[in-house]
Design a protein around this ligand. Structure first.
Ligand SMILES: C[S@@+](CC[C@H](N)C(=O)[O-])C[C@H]1O[C@@H](n2cnc3c(N)ncnc32)[C@H](O)[C@@H]1O
Length: 340
Protein backbone atom coordinates (compact mmCIF):
# COMPACT_ATOMS: atom_id res chain seq x y z
CA UNK A 1 0.00 0.00 0.00
CA UNK A 2 1.17 3.53 -0.55
CA UNK A 3 1.22 6.44 1.92
CA UNK A 4 -2.48 7.41 1.84
CA UNK A 5 -3.59 3.78 2.10
CA UNK A 6 -1.10 3.16 4.92
CA UNK A 7 -2.41 6.17 6.81
CA UNK A 8 -6.02 4.98 6.48
CA UNK A 9 -5.11 1.46 7.58
CA UNK A 10 -3.02 2.72 10.51
CA UNK A 11 -5.95 4.94 11.59
CA UNK A 12 -8.21 1.89 11.79
CA UNK A 13 -5.55 0.10 13.87
CA UNK A 14 -5.27 3.00 16.34
CA UNK A 15 -7.89 1.58 18.72
CA UNK A 16 -6.19 -1.83 18.60
CA UNK A 17 -2.83 -0.25 19.39
CA UNK A 18 -4.36 1.63 22.32
CA UNK A 19 -5.94 -1.55 23.76
CA UNK A 20 -2.78 -3.57 23.11
CA UNK A 21 -0.63 -1.20 25.17
CA UNK A 22 -3.11 -0.76 28.02
CA UNK A 23 -3.64 -4.53 28.33
CA UNK A 24 -0.10 -5.78 27.82
CA UNK A 25 2.44 -3.22 28.93
CA UNK A 26 3.89 -4.22 32.29
CA UNK A 27 4.92 -0.93 33.78
CA UNK A 28 6.51 -2.58 36.79
CA UNK A 29 9.42 -3.31 34.42
CA UNK A 30 9.91 0.45 34.17
CA UNK A 31 9.60 1.38 37.83
CA UNK A 32 12.56 1.81 40.09
CA UNK A 33 14.04 -1.50 41.22
CA UNK A 34 17.17 -0.22 42.79
CA UNK A 35 18.78 0.82 39.52
CA UNK A 36 17.18 4.22 39.04
CA UNK A 37 19.06 5.20 35.89
CA UNK A 38 17.82 2.27 33.81
CA UNK A 39 14.21 3.17 34.65
CA UNK A 40 14.39 6.68 33.32
CA UNK A 41 13.94 5.95 29.66
CA UNK A 42 11.45 4.04 27.52
CA UNK A 43 12.82 3.15 24.08
CA UNK A 44 10.59 2.92 21.05
CA UNK A 45 11.71 1.92 17.54
CA UNK A 46 9.71 2.47 14.34
CA UNK A 47 11.10 0.07 11.74
CA UNK A 48 10.62 1.16 8.12
CA UNK A 49 9.51 4.65 9.21
CA UNK A 50 9.91 6.43 5.84
CA UNK A 51 9.96 10.26 6.14
CA UNK A 52 6.70 10.99 7.96
CA UNK A 53 4.08 12.05 8.75
CA UNK A 54 2.65 8.57 9.50
CA UNK A 55 5.57 7.67 11.78
CA UNK A 56 5.11 10.84 13.87
CA UNK A 57 1.40 10.13 14.35
CA UNK A 58 2.12 6.53 15.40
CA UNK A 59 4.89 7.53 17.81
CA UNK A 60 2.63 10.14 19.40
CA UNK A 61 -0.15 7.57 19.81
CA UNK A 62 2.26 5.11 21.46
CA UNK A 63 3.70 7.70 23.86
CA UNK A 64 0.25 9.09 24.76
CA UNK A 65 -0.99 5.58 25.53
CA UNK A 66 2.06 4.56 27.57
CA UNK A 67 1.67 7.81 29.53
CA UNK A 68 -2.00 7.02 30.10
CA UNK A 69 -1.06 3.54 31.36
CA UNK A 70 1.28 5.08 33.95
CA UNK A 71 -1.49 7.51 35.00
CA UNK A 72 -4.10 4.73 35.30
CA UNK A 73 -1.73 2.77 37.53
CA UNK A 74 -1.10 5.82 39.73
CA UNK A 75 2.53 6.06 38.60
CA UNK A 76 2.50 9.46 36.87
CA UNK A 77 5.49 10.56 38.91
CA UNK A 78 7.51 7.62 37.56
CA UNK A 79 6.84 8.43 33.92
CA UNK A 80 10.01 7.61 31.96
CA UNK A 81 11.64 9.83 29.35
CA UNK A 82 10.99 8.59 25.83
CA UNK A 83 13.68 7.76 23.33
CA UNK A 84 12.52 7.16 19.75
CA UNK A 85 14.59 5.41 17.10
CA UNK A 86 13.51 6.01 13.50
CA UNK A 87 14.77 3.21 11.26
CA UNK A 88 14.73 2.78 7.53
CA UNK A 89 17.11 1.85 4.71
CA UNK A 90 20.29 3.93 4.38
CA UNK A 91 18.78 5.47 1.21
CA UNK A 92 15.79 6.86 3.16
CA UNK A 93 15.61 10.66 3.24
CA UNK A 94 16.43 11.07 6.94
CA UNK A 95 17.02 14.82 6.43
CA UNK A 96 13.37 15.27 5.50
CA UNK A 97 12.35 13.11 8.46
CA UNK A 98 14.39 15.20 10.89
CA UNK A 99 13.21 18.48 9.33
CA UNK A 100 9.59 17.40 9.89
CA UNK A 101 9.99 16.43 13.56
CA UNK A 102 7.64 18.49 15.68
CA UNK A 103 9.43 21.09 17.83
CA UNK A 104 6.91 20.23 20.59
CA UNK A 105 7.70 16.53 20.65
CA UNK A 106 8.02 14.89 24.03
CA UNK A 107 10.85 12.56 23.09
CA UNK A 108 14.50 12.30 22.09
CA UNK A 109 14.97 11.17 18.50
CA UNK A 110 17.61 9.17 16.68
CA UNK A 111 17.85 7.99 13.06
CA UNK A 112 18.94 4.37 12.61
CA UNK A 113 19.91 3.49 9.03
CA UNK A 114 20.02 -0.14 7.90
CA UNK A 115 17.93 -3.18 7.09
CA UNK A 116 15.64 -4.51 9.79
CA UNK A 117 16.51 -8.02 8.59
CA UNK A 118 19.72 -7.65 10.59
CA UNK A 119 20.65 -6.36 14.06
CA UNK A 120 20.13 -2.62 14.51
CA UNK A 121 20.16 -2.13 18.30
CA UNK A 122 22.10 -3.37 21.35
CA UNK A 123 20.82 -6.38 23.26
CA UNK A 124 17.62 -5.88 25.31
CA UNK A 125 17.69 -2.13 24.67
CA UNK A 126 14.16 -1.63 23.28
CA UNK A 127 10.85 -1.55 25.14
CA UNK A 128 8.50 -1.15 22.19
CA UNK A 129 8.93 -1.97 18.50
CA UNK A 130 6.42 -0.65 15.99
CA UNK A 131 6.37 -1.23 12.26
CA UNK A 132 3.61 -0.29 9.82
CA UNK A 133 3.41 -1.79 6.32
CA UNK A 134 7.18 -2.28 6.14
CA UNK A 135 7.66 -5.93 7.11
CA UNK A 136 5.71 -6.79 3.96
CA UNK A 137 8.86 -5.91 1.97
CA UNK A 138 11.09 -8.91 1.39
CA UNK A 139 14.87 -8.50 1.38
CA UNK A 140 14.57 -9.43 -2.33
CA UNK A 141 12.16 -11.17 -4.71
CA UNK A 142 12.85 -14.92 -4.88
CA UNK A 143 15.60 -15.41 -7.46
CA UNK A 144 13.96 -18.26 -9.42
CA UNK A 145 10.84 -16.24 -10.29
CA UNK A 146 12.98 -13.65 -12.11
CA UNK A 147 15.29 -16.18 -13.79
CA UNK A 148 14.36 -16.53 -17.48
CA UNK A 149 15.79 -20.09 -17.51
CA UNK A 150 13.84 -21.25 -14.46
CA UNK A 151 10.68 -23.36 -14.82
CA UNK A 152 8.99 -21.04 -12.30
CA UNK A 153 9.93 -17.77 -14.04
CA UNK A 154 6.97 -15.45 -13.41
CA UNK A 155 6.54 -14.35 -17.04
CA UNK A 156 4.29 -11.41 -17.89
CA UNK A 157 3.57 -10.53 -14.25
CA UNK A 158 5.27 -8.33 -11.66
CA UNK A 159 3.61 -9.98 -8.67
CA UNK A 160 2.48 -13.46 -7.67
CA UNK A 161 -1.27 -12.73 -7.78
CA UNK A 162 -2.90 -15.05 -10.35
CA UNK A 163 0.49 -16.79 -10.81
CA UNK A 164 1.02 -20.58 -10.78
CA UNK A 165 1.14 -22.11 -7.31
CA UNK A 166 4.94 -22.64 -7.49
CA UNK A 167 5.52 -18.90 -7.81
CA UNK A 168 3.52 -18.18 -4.64
CA UNK A 169 5.42 -20.99 -2.92
CA UNK A 170 8.78 -19.42 -3.84
CA UNK A 171 7.60 -16.12 -2.31
CA UNK A 172 6.43 -17.94 0.80
CA UNK A 173 9.90 -19.57 1.22
CA UNK A 174 11.65 -16.21 0.83
CA UNK A 175 9.28 -14.71 3.41
CA UNK A 176 10.08 -17.52 5.88
CA UNK A 177 13.83 -16.84 5.50
CA UNK A 178 13.38 -13.09 5.95
CA UNK A 179 11.03 -13.31 8.92
CA UNK A 180 13.41 -15.70 10.66
CA UNK A 181 16.14 -13.02 10.39
CA UNK A 182 13.69 -10.31 11.51
CA UNK A 183 12.48 -12.22 14.58
CA UNK A 184 15.98 -13.43 15.55
CA UNK A 185 17.23 -9.82 15.53
CA UNK A 186 14.22 -8.43 17.44
CA UNK A 187 14.44 -11.24 20.01
CA UNK A 188 17.93 -9.98 20.87
CA UNK A 189 16.96 -6.32 20.91
CA UNK A 190 13.65 -6.29 22.81
CA UNK A 191 13.93 -6.27 26.58
CA UNK A 192 12.04 -9.08 28.40
CA UNK A 193 8.32 -8.17 28.50
CA UNK A 194 8.86 -5.68 25.66
CA UNK A 195 6.10 -5.35 23.05
CA UNK A 196 6.20 -5.42 19.26
CA UNK A 197 3.29 -4.24 17.10
CA UNK A 198 3.39 -5.10 13.42
CA UNK A 199 0.84 -3.81 10.94
CA UNK A 200 1.18 -5.87 7.80
CA UNK A 201 -0.86 -6.98 4.84
CA UNK A 202 -1.82 -10.63 5.04
CA UNK A 203 -4.45 -13.11 4.01
CA UNK A 204 -7.14 -15.12 5.76
CA UNK A 205 -6.27 -18.73 6.59
CA UNK A 206 -7.18 -21.21 3.87
CA UNK A 207 -6.33 -18.89 0.98
CA UNK A 208 -3.41 -19.36 -1.43
CA UNK A 209 -0.86 -16.56 -1.97
CA UNK A 210 -2.15 -16.02 -5.52
CA UNK A 211 -5.72 -15.49 -4.27
CA UNK A 212 -5.08 -12.67 -1.83
CA UNK A 213 -2.15 -10.25 -2.04
CA UNK A 214 -1.08 -6.66 -2.67
CA UNK A 215 -0.96 -7.59 -6.38
CA UNK A 216 -4.20 -5.68 -7.20
CA UNK A 217 -2.46 -2.48 -6.04
CA UNK A 218 0.41 -3.08 -8.49
CA UNK A 219 -1.83 -4.36 -11.30
CA UNK A 220 -2.26 -0.99 -13.13
CA UNK A 221 1.56 -0.61 -13.19
CA UNK A 222 1.85 -4.18 -14.47
CA UNK A 223 -0.69 -3.42 -17.22
CA UNK A 224 1.32 -0.34 -18.29
CA UNK A 225 4.55 -2.35 -18.40
CA UNK A 226 2.87 -5.05 -20.51
CA UNK A 227 1.63 -2.37 -22.95
CA UNK A 228 5.14 -0.91 -23.12
CA UNK A 229 6.64 -4.37 -23.79
CA UNK A 230 4.05 -5.03 -26.53
CA UNK A 231 4.92 -1.69 -28.13
CA UNK A 232 8.66 -2.53 -28.01
CA UNK A 233 9.48 0.27 -25.54
CA UNK A 234 10.93 -2.22 -23.06
CA UNK A 235 12.09 -5.76 -23.74
CA UNK A 236 9.88 -8.72 -22.85
CA UNK A 237 12.85 -10.29 -21.04
CA UNK A 238 13.12 -7.22 -18.83
CA UNK A 239 9.44 -7.45 -17.98
CA UNK A 240 9.62 -11.21 -17.36
CA UNK A 241 12.57 -10.87 -15.00
CA UNK A 242 11.03 -8.11 -12.85
CA UNK A 243 9.15 -9.09 -9.69
CA UNK A 244 7.86 -6.98 -6.89
CA UNK A 245 9.43 -7.99 -3.53
CA UNK A 246 6.42 -7.89 -1.21
CA UNK A 247 4.51 -10.76 0.39
CA UNK A 248 1.28 -11.12 2.37
CA UNK A 249 1.38 -14.19 4.65
CA UNK A 250 -1.63 -16.07 5.96
CA UNK A 251 -2.23 -15.77 9.70
CA UNK A 252 -1.43 -19.47 10.10
CA UNK A 253 1.83 -19.13 8.18
CA UNK A 254 2.94 -16.22 10.33
CA UNK A 255 1.86 -17.93 13.57
CA UNK A 256 4.00 -20.95 12.70
CA UNK A 257 7.07 -18.82 11.96
CA UNK A 258 6.67 -16.96 15.27
CA UNK A 259 6.33 -20.27 17.16
CA UNK A 260 9.43 -21.60 15.41
CA UNK A 261 11.42 -18.61 16.66
CA UNK A 262 10.19 -19.37 20.19
CA UNK A 263 11.09 -16.04 21.85
CA UNK A 264 7.71 -14.29 21.57
CA UNK A 265 4.27 -14.82 23.01
CA UNK A 266 1.54 -13.98 20.47
CA UNK A 267 -0.74 -11.59 22.36
CA UNK A 268 -2.80 -10.76 19.24
CA UNK A 269 -2.83 -11.86 15.63
CA UNK A 270 -6.00 -10.70 13.98
CA UNK A 271 -7.55 -9.09 10.95
CA UNK A 272 -8.07 -5.34 11.01
CA UNK A 273 -11.52 -4.15 9.96
CA UNK A 274 -11.80 -4.39 6.18
CA UNK A 275 -12.08 -1.19 4.20
CA UNK A 276 -11.72 -0.05 0.61
CA UNK A 277 -8.17 1.05 -0.29
CA UNK A 278 -7.81 3.99 -2.69
CA UNK A 279 -5.93 3.24 -5.93
CA UNK A 280 -2.41 4.62 -5.63
CA UNK A 281 -2.04 8.10 -7.08
CA UNK A 282 0.65 8.58 -9.74
CA UNK A 283 2.84 10.52 -7.27
CA UNK A 284 2.56 7.65 -4.78
CA UNK A 285 3.62 5.13 -7.43
CA UNK A 286 6.61 7.33 -8.18
CA UNK A 287 7.54 7.62 -4.50
CA UNK A 288 7.00 3.95 -3.70
CA UNK A 289 8.22 2.20 -6.85
CA UNK A 290 10.66 4.52 -8.63
CA UNK A 291 13.88 3.15 -7.19
CA UNK A 292 12.93 -0.49 -7.88
CA UNK A 293 11.66 0.26 -11.38
CA UNK A 294 14.58 2.44 -12.47
CA UNK A 295 17.12 -0.02 -11.07
CA UNK A 296 15.67 -2.74 -13.30
CA UNK A 297 14.36 -0.88 -16.38
CA UNK A 298 16.60 2.24 -16.39
CA UNK A 299 15.83 5.85 -15.49
CA UNK A 300 13.89 6.57 -18.74
CA UNK A 301 11.06 4.28 -17.67
CA UNK A 302 9.37 6.65 -15.21
CA UNK A 303 8.00 9.46 -17.41
CA UNK A 304 6.19 7.29 -20.01
CA UNK A 305 5.08 4.88 -17.30
CA UNK A 306 3.58 7.64 -15.13
CA UNK A 307 1.71 9.18 -18.10
CA UNK A 308 0.21 5.79 -18.94
CA UNK A 309 -0.52 5.05 -15.29
CA UNK A 310 -2.49 8.30 -14.82
CA UNK A 311 -4.63 7.51 -17.87
CA UNK A 312 -5.20 3.92 -16.75
CA UNK A 313 -6.43 4.80 -13.29
CA UNK A 314 -8.59 7.66 -14.60
CA UNK A 315 -10.32 5.13 -16.84
CA UNK A 316 -11.09 2.80 -13.91
CA UNK A 317 -14.79 2.55 -13.04
CA UNK A 318 -14.03 2.99 -9.32
CA UNK A 319 -11.10 4.72 -7.59
CA UNK A 320 -10.60 2.07 -4.90
CA UNK A 321 -9.95 -1.64 -4.35
CA UNK A 322 -11.75 -4.00 -1.99
CA UNK A 323 -10.68 -7.26 -0.43
CA UNK A 324 -13.75 -9.21 -1.46
CA UNK A 325 -13.97 -8.15 -5.11
CA UNK A 326 -10.36 -7.66 -6.02
CA UNK A 327 -8.42 -10.36 -4.13
CA UNK A 328 -6.72 -7.61 -2.13
CA UNK A 329 -4.76 -8.58 0.99
CA UNK A 330 -6.32 -7.83 4.38
CA UNK A 331 -4.69 -5.74 7.12
CA UNK A 332 -3.28 -7.81 9.98
CA UNK A 333 -2.62 -6.52 13.49
CA UNK A 334 0.14 -8.46 15.24
CA UNK A 335 1.13 -7.95 18.88
CA UNK A 336 4.08 -9.94 20.21
CA UNK A 337 5.49 -9.91 23.71
CA UNK A 338 9.16 -10.80 24.32
CA UNK A 339 9.19 -13.75 26.69
CA UNK A 340 11.14 -13.37 29.94
C1 LIG B 1 5.17 1.29 2.63
S1 LIG B 1 6.42 2.19 3.43
C2 LIG B 1 5.67 2.43 5.03
C3 LIG B 1 6.19 3.65 5.70
C4 LIG B 1 5.57 3.99 7.06
N1 LIG B 1 5.80 2.95 8.02
C5 LIG B 1 4.09 4.29 6.91
O1 LIG B 1 3.29 3.60 7.57
O2 LIG B 1 3.74 5.22 6.19
C6 LIG B 1 7.62 0.93 3.76
C7 LIG B 1 8.93 1.46 4.31
O3 LIG B 1 9.71 0.34 4.76
C8 LIG B 1 11.05 0.57 4.40
N2 LIG B 1 11.73 -0.73 4.35
C9 LIG B 1 11.46 -1.76 3.52
N3 LIG B 1 12.29 -2.78 3.76
C10 LIG B 1 13.11 -2.39 4.78
C11 LIG B 1 14.17 -3.01 5.48
N4 LIG B 1 14.58 -4.25 5.17
N5 LIG B 1 14.77 -2.32 6.48
C12 LIG B 1 14.37 -1.07 6.80
N6 LIG B 1 13.35 -0.43 6.16
C13 LIG B 1 12.74 -1.08 5.17
C14 LIG B 1 10.96 1.27 3.06
O4 LIG B 1 12.16 1.94 2.75
C15 LIG B 1 9.77 2.20 3.29
O5 LIG B 1 10.17 3.44 3.82
Amino acid sequence: MEAAGNRKAADTAKGMLFEAILENLQIENHLSQGNAVSNLSFSIADLGCSVGPNTFIAVKNIIDTVTQKFQIEGQSSSLPEFHVYFNDHVSNDFNTLFANLSPDRQYFSVGVPGSFYGRLFPKASLNFVYSAYSVIWLSKAPEAVGDLDSPICNRGRICYSNAPIEVGHAYSLQYAKDIKCFLDARAEELAPGGLMVLLISGRPDGTLPAECSCGPIYEPVEACLIDMANEGLISKDKLDSFNYPTYSPSMEELRELIHKNGCFEIARLEEQPRMPIPLSKTAEVRAGMESLLTKHFGTDIMEPLCVRYSKKIEARPRPFLTTADDGLAVGLFVLLKRKH
